[in-house]
Design a protein around this ligand. Sequence first.
Ligand SMILES: [Mg+2]
Length: 198
Amino acid sequence: MTPIKAVLFDFDDTLTNPGAIDFPALRHDLGISEGDNILAYVDSLPEAEQIEKNAILNDYEMRASASASAAEGAEDLILFLMEKSIPLGIITRNRLKPIMRSLENFPQINADHFKVIVSRDDPFPAKPAADGVIHAAKIMQVDCQNVLVVGDYIYDIEAGQNAGAQTAWINHKENLEFQNKADFEITKLADLYVILKL
Ligand SMILES: [Mg+2]
């Protein structure tokens, strides 16, 4: 087993409570169907429409982030891993501003607890592309194979795998088609203590 030396967390539905963004309503307002890749869709539009759709997207993300709260066990886990000097990062398809807003709602955690926050504001393709994981590994000064990518969605797992990282999927009892794709399956963040052998 390759040792895990750094942990890269997805944000929405992983470090924050599930349901932060109302995706069905967002898809409705953007005029796209379930299963379509939202960011790829917006990027494919002519520029004027992109601006319009991005405004809708930003509005949803800022509203959601204002009501986000720390997922169960997230703060304890992060503080514990910090104590163990394990570098931590966030990788999200969201923009940086709503992430920073959400983190304000975490009583014990702030952005300084993370060595890197990879967001849509970075100049490379979002998950499931490998780029963000590779970038984060570089900043955390570990090889990709020593990074554990933790997330609830298939893009998290694919991004980790595309970069050659290890992956842990959080099973929230939905999206069961993602089962058996990741190296590890957990049902809560506290399960990571065992995986990390801590
Ligand atoms: Mg997520």
